[in-house]
Design a protein around this ligand. Structure first.
Ligand code: FPP
Length: 253
């Protein structure tokens, strides 16, 4: 399926972030265990990664496991970690072939060693790729990420390598996990929940938020295109007036 003509390929977001929600409910609706939903969720991950790569999206961040997800039943956490390891192992050759570069954000050291090993290998194998940057948020907490940045900057201030007046929004951004990536312009959350759940709180400051009732295991290319079309119908003002935006960018009204 090629990208619909109604989507302007010159005005795609550079960075899309997705909260892949609804795996558990999707499985329950089918009388299955929640883990079955996560397995099916991987099929959606594959399709959306392919689609983003094919249409030239630069960065795709997937919220695959939050710091709060450690509080789920042990069997589900273990199944998710195993799924992660098996999926990376199975997909890494295709990621390399398809010019996808993998990154991880989050508390990497808190992941099981086998996950760390598999992820490090995939990061290394795909390091030379120049197409889509696939960023997995794992054991990720945005508040924790901001607190870490504050600690680094405070330590520099104490040792005198940074002046307090230079601790500004850019300095904070430079000390987040995401310092090498542009901020997402579009954040998609599936499964009907309309909240951000401790995901990229700093980086989503100006993102367009798109919520859909579709559960993640059902989320396919047409749903992505729908989100992109909706994104292109928004007016991104960054605090300016509509008139100012239309003067500087007459095609974007
Ligand atoms: C949220 O659904 C989903 C997760 C916590 C895990 C997402 C993981 C995957 C899609 C698979 C692994 C991903 C990669 C990148 C290999 P939920 O369980 O909270 O659903 P619910 O809200 O219906 O309970």
């Amino acid at each position: 399926m090629s990208i619909p003509e109604s989507i302007d390929s010159s005005r795609l977001p550079r960075h899309i972030a997705i909260i892949m929600d609804g795996n558990g409910r999707w499985a329950k609706e089918r009388g299955e265990d929640r883990v079955y939903g996560h397995y099916e969720g991987v099929v959606s991950v594959r399709e959306i990664v392919d689609a983003c790569g094919a249409i030239g999206i630069g960065y795709l961040t997937l919220y695959a496991f939050s710091a709060e997800n450690w509080n789920r039943p042990k069997a589900e956490v273990d199944a998710l970690m195993e799924l992660l390891v098996n999926t990376i192992r199975k997909e890494v050759d295709d990621l390399k072939k398809n010019n996808v570069r993998m990154h991880v954000i989050g508390d990497f050291e808190s992941l099981p060693e086998i996950c760390q090993k598999e992820l490090n290998e995939a990061i290394e194998i795909t390091a030379g790729n120049t197409g889509l940057n696939l960023i997995l948020a794992l054991s990720y907490s945005s508040r924790d990420e901001i607190a870490r940045a504050a600690r680094v900057l405070a330590a520099k201030a104490v040792e005198g390598t940074i002046d307090i007046k230079d601790i500004n929004d850019e300095a904070i951004a430079q000390n987040l996990y995401t310092h090498n990536f542009p901020d997402p312009e579009l954040m998609i959350r599936t499964s009907g929940e309309c909240r951000i759940s401790n995901f990229l709180l700093y980086q989503l400051a100006y993102a367009e938020l798109y919520f859909t009732n579709v559960h993640w295991p059902d989320f396919r290319k047409p749903h992505l295109y729908e989100a992109l079309l909706n994104y292109q119908q928004r007016e991104r003002r960054f605090g300016k007036t509509s008139e100012q935006i239309n003067m500087t960018n007459p095609t974007q009204s």
